[in-house]
Design a protein around this ligand. Structure first.
Ligand code: ADP
Length: 477
């Protein structure tokens, strides 16, 4: 009512840009299924569909003590995990180490030496007396969560495809990262054996299945987005279970057709070709100015790294048309990636009539003052639309993966529902996002199926999940 006709028209245009109608969600499901089939049949497809070499999920009865190492950002973390052998029950101790910038560009051997030193200092503090004296009868096994693109050839063997996130250490690309870590440990005489290498989504799935054995997938909705799920071995046609890699441990048991393997989808790259989801003006602008144009196109629509930026581009457009903030442009508003997605959630989740939580946050971040009720309305509306589309797409994609396993869904019941473990700030902290995502998931899988499904927040895939994978391998399960 307080809006001018020009403002109404501009908002309608943006509504159209960010629509996520039921037909589009169905196209996402169909497109995802096709892309999954392709990725499972041939290497180097849009969806990488990487075999994790984890066969079967956890039972919740895994028992024992091991280490977990998490490397993927500014810190690495060492944990000691004691699985108590009852679903969801464990204890954990951990220590975080900051990685200095110089070590992210030093030769890989120096980075892995630094990590081995961290493991050593962790053990000094937490090891049993026997272990400290090197008197224990066997090495401690370690699960290694490594969040960089890797092609695995065994559970404990994976070649780095490329570094990202500011790491450039020469001497690692093309090498087995388990070997690099193991060598650094050996050099120091540290009695630790790396028994499992996994990515963070696989860790989320394993951690969730330790709580709920009927788990079918693990997903991350944070800075980036990706998913791992259990696939029937007979459908992973590109995979040769008998291929043996020198240096990797032999398969612990014969894999047969009825088994399931965890697949890391790398779904951020879904629809890079642009055949399924239309790009709007802001998607194009963001992509063209990104460090990886044409790549990770699905992730660019749904994950935390990008939502704030899409919102900024849309608001900047409105300001240039003099439809908001009296047409005043601040330096901040012209700065790429100045808005964190947590700002979007503050704006969208603020249900107060006078927008009392969103206002100060946004005014401070943008260095602009709201001038009238129309400004507040427009800003909130645009943020809501950007987040709505993202949540709807994420829900449809999750639904697509569940529908792919309609056999597992058919066998599940409301007493023992098929379970999805999700980690990441968008799911955990952004309430409206989560609600819209679940609604879109519901539309995708169908109301009837919802009683047989459960979504749970799964934290600590890189600790508990890695430990479960390491212990499953140690036991030769
Ligand atoms: P990771 O980097 O491991 O994925 P998170 O799951 O915490 O870590 O995700 C971080 C991303 O989530 C960032 O892009 C950040 O903007 C976004 N984020 C953090 N807090 C919130 C929040 N309360 N609401 C929405 N997004 C958030």
């Amino acid at each position: 009512s307080c809006l001018s006709p020009a403002q109404v028209q501009a908002l309608e245009h943006i509504e159209n840009d960010f629509r996520a109608a039921p037909e589009l969600l169905q196209n996402i499901v169909r497109g995802m299924h096709k892309a999954m089939d392709l990725g499972l049949s041939k290497p180097d497809q849009t969806l990488a569909m990487l075999p994790s070499y984890i066969v079967g999920s956890a039972t919740g009865n895994e028992k024992g003590r091991c280490l977990a190492l998490d490397l993927g950002g500014t810190n690495f973390r060492v944990c000691e995990v004691l699985l108590l052998g009852q679903p969801g029950r464990y204890t954990m101790q951990q220590k975080k180490f900051k990685i200095p910038h110089t070590l992210k560009i030093a030769p890989a051997t120096q980075l892995f030496s630094f990590i081995a030193d961290g493991i050593h200092s962790f053990l000094e503090e937490f090891a049993t007396p026997e272990e400290r004296q090197g008197a224990s009868c066997s090495a401690i096994s370690l699960g290694f969560t490594f969040s960089f693109p890797v092609v695995q050839r065994a559970l404990n063997y994976g070649e780095l495809l490329q570094w990202n996130k500011g790491f450039t250490n020469p001497g690692a690309v093309g090498k087995d990262v388990v070997g690099l870590l193991q060598d650094a440990l050996h050099t120091r005489g540290i009695e630790v054996t790396v028994t499992a290498l996994l990515n963070d989504t696989v860790g989320a799935l394993m951690a969730c299945s330790y709580h709920y054995p009927n788990t079918v997938m693990g997903a991350i909705l944070g800075t980036g987005s990706n998913t791992a799920y259990m696939e029937r071995m007979s459908r992973i046609t590109k995979f040769d279970p008998l291929a043996v890699t020198p240096g990797a441990s032999a398969p612990k048991r014969q894999v047969c057709g009825e088994d399931e393997m965890v697949i890391n989808m790398e779904w951020g790259a879904f629809d890079n070709e642009g055949n399924v989801i239309p790009y709007n003006r802001y998607d194009r602008m963001l992509d063209v100015n990104s460090t990886n144009p044409g790549c990770q196109m699905f992730e660019k629509r749904i994950s935390g790294l990008y939502l704030g930026e899409i919102f900024r581009l849309a608001i900047l457009d409105m300001v240039r048309l003099k439809l908001v903030f009296n047409g005043r442009i601040s330096c901040a508003l012209e700065t790429p990636y100045i808005l964190d997605t947590s700002v979007i959630s503050t704006i969208v989740d603020d249900a107060s009539p006078d927008f009392c939580e969103g206002t100060p946050v946004l005014e401070e971040k943008l260095g602009l003052q709201f001038t009238c009720a129309a400004d507040r309305y427009i800003v909130r509306r645009v943020a809501t639309l950007v987040a709505y589309r993202s949540a709807r797409f994420a829900g449809a994609a999750l639904g697509a993966v569940v529908l792919r396993r309609d056999d597992r869904l058919a066998r599940s019941t409301s007493e023992e529902p098929l379970t999805l473990g999700i980690d990441g700030s968008l799911y955990e902290h952004f309430i409206t996002f989560r609600e819209n995502m679940v609604q879109s998931f519901r539309e995708t899988v169908g109301e009837d199926n919802m009683t047989k499904l459960r979504i749970v927040l799964t934290k600590d895939g890189s600790g508990v999940g890695a430990a479960v994978a390491a212990i499953m391998n140690r036991e030769g399960k």
